[in-house]
Design a protein around this ligand. Structure first.
Ligand code: G
Ligand code: G
Ligand code: NA
Ligand code: MN
Length: 257
C-alpha cells in the first residue's frame, strides 16, 4: 500500500470503526500485574490488517495523528477505568503529537472524560519524540508530570540518552528495547553476554536514580529468569501474553491474579 492510499483510507478509519486498541500486560518480577500497554490496530475491510509501523508515520506526516491520538487517549483511559484500582495503562505518543500545542489540552480532556486518576496513565515516548534538547518538549513534559501522569522512555538503548539527564527530566520508567532481550540467553563460549552486561548496568543505574525498568520482548522462561536475576522489576512480552482485545484483557485480569 502506498502512503497516499493509506492516507485516504485512514481519513475514514476512525469514523467507520476500523481502529481498535489491543492491550498487552506488564507483569512484575513477583508475578503481580502492573498494567497494560495499549497498541493501536487497524482492520481495513479490503486491505486487511495494517500495522502501526505502516500507518503511524503516514498519520504523523498528514496531521491525522492528532485526531487519532486523541481518540487513543480517550479510548485507553476509558477502558482502564474498568480495571482494578492501581492498574496502569501505557499509551504510545508520537513526536508530532507530543509537540503539538493542543496536546496538553487533549490529555486533560481525556482524563476529565474518563475520570481515570492521572497516576494510572503512563505516556510512552521515544527519545526522538522527547527531542531531548528541545525547550518545547521539556515544557510539555513538565506539564505532563505536574498533572501526575507517568512518563516512560520507550525503546531505550537504541538512541543516545544518558540516564542522568532522564532523571533531571523526571522520567518514571525506562523500557529496555526488545533487541536487548532477544539474545540475552545466548551463550558465547568464554565471553560475557554483551546484552546481559548492558541490561545489568542500565538496571543498576536506574535503581540508583529511582527509575523503574521494564524489559520488552520477554518471550521465554529463560529471559524471565535472567532478567529477574539482573534486577529488572517489570516484564512485557509473549511469554505472558500477546496484545489482547479489551474484552480478553478483562478476562485475563480475572484469571491472572
Ligand atoms: O504493535 P506493534 O508491535 O505492531 O507496534 C509497532 C509500533 O507502533 C510500536 O513502535 C508502537 O510504539 C507503535 N504504536 C502502537 N500503537 C500506537 C499508538 O497508539 N500511537 C502511536 N503513536 N504509536 C503506536
Ligand atoms: O515500540 P514499542 O515498544 O511500543 O512496540 C511494542 C510492540 O512490540 C508491540 O506492538 C508488540 O506487538 C510487540 N511485542 C510485544 N511483545 C513482544 C515479544 O515478546 N516479542 C516480539 N517480537 N514482539 C513483541
Ligand atoms: Na511502546
Ligand atoms: Mn518499546
Amino acid at each position: 500500500l502506498s502512503p497516499s492510499t493509506i492516507r485516504t483510507a485512514l481519513e475514514r478509519a476512525l469514523e467507520q470503526g476500523q481502529l481498535h486498541l489491543a492491550y498487552q500486560p506488564l507483569v512484575g518480577r513477583g508475578g503481580a500485574l502492573r498494567g497494560f500497554e495499549a497498541l493501536l490496530r487497524w482492520a481495513h475491510p479490503q486491505y486487511g490488517t495494517i500495522g502501526p509501523d505502516q500507518f503511524i508515520p503516514v498519520a504523523e506526516m498528514s496531521g491525522l495523528i492528532r485526531h487519532i491520538g486523541s481518540w487513543v487517549l480517550q479510548e485507553a483511559t476509558r477502558t482502564a477505568l474498568g480495571w482494578p484500582d492501581g492498574t496502569v495503562v501505557s499509551v504510545n505518543i508520537s513526536g508530532r503529537q507530543f509537540e503539538h500545542p493542543e496536546f496538553i489540552r487533549e490529555l486533560k480532556a481525556a482524563l476529565a472524560h474518563s475520570a481515570l486518576p492521572p497516576q494510572r496513565l503512563e505516556l510512552e515516548l521515544t527519545e526522538s519524540a522527547l527531542m531531548l534538547n528541545s525547550a518545547r518538549a521539556e515544557r510539555t513534559l513538565r506539564q505532563v508530570k505536574a498533572m501526575g501522569v507517568r512518563v516512560a522512555l520507550d525503546d531505550y538503548g537504541v538512541g543516545y540518552s544518558n540516564l542522568g539527564r532522564l532523571k533531571l527530566l523526571d522520567i518514571d520508567t525506562i523500557k529496555i528495547d526488545r533487541s536487548f532481550t532477544r539474545d540475552l540467553t545466548a551463550s558465547l563460549p568464554g565471553q560475557v553476554n554483551p546484552d546481559a552486561a548492558i541490561v545489568r548496568s542500565v538496571v543498576g543505574l536506574a535503581r540508583d536514580l529511582g527509575i523503574e525498568v521494564v524489559a520488552e520482548g520477554v518471550e521465554t522462561q529463560g529471559h524471565l529468569n535472567l532478567l529477574a536475576q539482573l534486577g529488572c522489576e517489570t516484564m512485557q512480552g509473549y511469554l505472558f501474553s500477546r496484545p489482547l482485545p479489551a474484552a480478553e484483557a478483562q478476562r485475563w485480569l480475572i484469571h491472572w491474579g
